[in-house]
Design a protein around this ligand. Structure first.
Ligand SMILES: Cc1cc2nc3c(=O)[nH]c(=O)nc-3n(C[C@H](O)[C@H](O)[C@H](O)COP(=O)(O)OP(=O)(O)OC[C@H]3O[C@@H](n4cnc5c(N)ncnc54)[C@H](O)[C@@H]3O)c2cc1C
Length: 447
């Protein structure tokens, strides 16, 4: 995919970055120092920032977009996966605020409601927000993180912190600080498929009865002709129900595969191709599905939905076995019962299909596993904790821990751990995980 021209452009970009870094290190501008900087305002970042601010510490939350929620809002994933242990303190608060705003129906929420509820939750807790700001790299001295370099309309800036929490989903902070990270499958590095989710309006609520079996057959025919270019393994997986709070329709179909979303060129390619898929599907639905004749595209996520990128190597690596056997830990800080949800092509060739696969990777009814505090602590680099999708786990365990309520709960634990480290004058790696668990419970943790 990367031709000579792209490589040339990459080289130029690298040269520019080196030049800019030289410039920034010679800067003598006054440095703002916060107790804790949380990078990323998604599910995990919200949990973390709330927990830190509740300890009375100065907390800065840096976010590249102009709103909070991360994948929930930016990628329009407007439904919380239901899991045992989901009702952590941040989740409960957020959900209640969304109810007050009238934008939540069971597990489904309106993304704009989420943005407002999250923003109010942060400001009320005393979290300082910095939007439109990209965390470019970590500043590390003698193995300890001292802050982050950010890029925004103000130029390059250094923001100092006593502790940093990486809630970027992609482990951007940890990776740039030199923490070892894993990506993709062992044998080919391949990662889960990506999905650009559309919100579709204008679908008749009480249209003629839809024959989904027939629709899938037609879709398969179109796919063979090449008019709808979605991979064969998602044809049996059409999800176009009225799921939004406002009864919008959506598709949660795999739209771009073999992409490393931490490579901006590949990510751009994914966005371009996925947008084509959305329009192909929309015209297919208009033509073939009763009630969809006047369907229109309201919007798509401002960021394609990314299921998988980096996972840090931490003091403990949560494994598929831990998930499937319902592993419990003395320093367990969050619990989850979600199945190992992998959007790999092989899954759809599983004997018996997707249903059989899900059955095989689901925990027994009523069972759950715990995530130890040690999964949030990087193996190297002090002053740093990691939460959310990029915590220390093997690939398959990651397919389970990556759901929003669980990410938020690992955020809460990271916030509590960072505050304990700071107030106790120790590094996060020396904070007693059993004590973190206790504090999480005291804060209302669903353990
Ligand atoms: C298509 C799809 C469907 C899904 N469906 C569901 C579902 O139905 N229910 C469910 O519970 N889960 C679902 N998930 C999983 C879930 O949405 C994510 O795994 C989860 O939201 C990740 O949370 P996070 O806080 O770790 O990361 P994110 O939500 O990705 O948050 C990271 C935040 O950091 C910001 N950021 C990143 N890098 C930087 C940087 N360098 N500088 C500044 N800001 C930065 C981002 O803008 C973002 O706001 C789905 C995922 C996908 C992709």
């Amino acid at each position: 995919m990367l031709d000579g021209k792209i490589n040339e452009e990459k080289q130029t970009l690298t040269m520019c970055l080196i030049a800019m870094k030289k410039k920034k290190t010679s800067k003598t501008a006054p440095v703002n120092t916060y107790d804790v900087i949380v990078c990323g305002g998604g599910s995990a970042g919200l949990g973390a920032a709330l927990a830190v601010a509740q300890q009375g510490l100065s907390t800065l939350l840096i976010e590249q977009f102009n709103f909070l929620g991360g994948t929930a809002t930016a990628s329009l994933n407007f439904g919380f996966v239901q899991t045992i242990g989901m009702n952590g303190p941040a989740f409960k608060k957020l959900y209640q605020r969304m109810q007050e705003l009238g934008g939540v129906r069971k597990e489904y929420f309106d993304p704009e409601t989420y943005k407002m509820a999250a923003q109010t939750m942060m400001l009320d807790a005393g979290v300082k927000l910095l939007f439109h700001t990209f965390m470019e790299s970590a500043h590390v001295e003698n193995g300890r993180i001292k802050g982050v370099y950010v890029v925004n309309k103000g130029g390059f800036q250094f923001l100092g912190a006593k502790m940093v929490i990486d809630a970027t989903g992609d482990a951007d902070v940890a990776f740039s600080a030199g923490v070892e990270c894993k990506k993709g499958r062992e044998h080919d590095g391949r990662m889960q498929a990506l999905t650009l989710r559309p919100r579709i309006g204008g679908v008749a609520d009480k249209g003629a009865k839809v024959d989904w079996k027939r629709i899938n057959e037609l879709l398969e025919e179109e796919r063979k002709k090449g008019t709808v270019r979605i991979p064969p393994y998602v044809v049996g997986y059409l999800d176009a129900g009225g799921v939004g709070v406002r009864h919008e329709r959506t598709f949660n179909l795999d739209m771009a595969a073999e992409i490393d979303a931490t490579d901006p060129w590949q990510l751009t390619h994914a966005e371009i191709e996925a947008r084509k898929r959305v329009w192909e599907l929309l015209s297919f639905m208009r033509k073939n599905v009763p009630g969809w004749e006047n369907a229109y595209l309201i919007d798509t996520g401002v960021l394609i939905g990314i299921r998988e990128t980096r996972r840090i190597v931490g003091k403990y690596v949560l494994s598929r076995d831990d998930v499937m056997k319902g592993g419990k830990f003395k320093d367990g800080i969050a619990r989850c019962s979600f199945w190992v949800d992998m959007h790999d092509p092989e899954i759809f060739q599983y004997p018996g299909g997707l249903g059989a696969y899900i059955k095989a990777v689901r925990l027994p009814e009523g069972e759950w596993y715990e995530i130890p505090y040690a999964c949030l602590v990087p193996e190297k680099v002090e002053g740093l904790l990691v939460c959310g999708r990029c915590i220390s786990s093997d690939r398959e365990a990651n397919g389970s821990v990556r759901i929003m309520p669980t990410c938020m709960n690992t955020g809460t634990a990271a916030g509590i751990g960072a505050a304990m480290a700071l107030l106790g004058g120790v590094e996060p790696s020396l904070v007693n995980g059993v004590e973190v668990r206790k504090r999480v419970l005291e804060a209302g943790g669903d353990l």
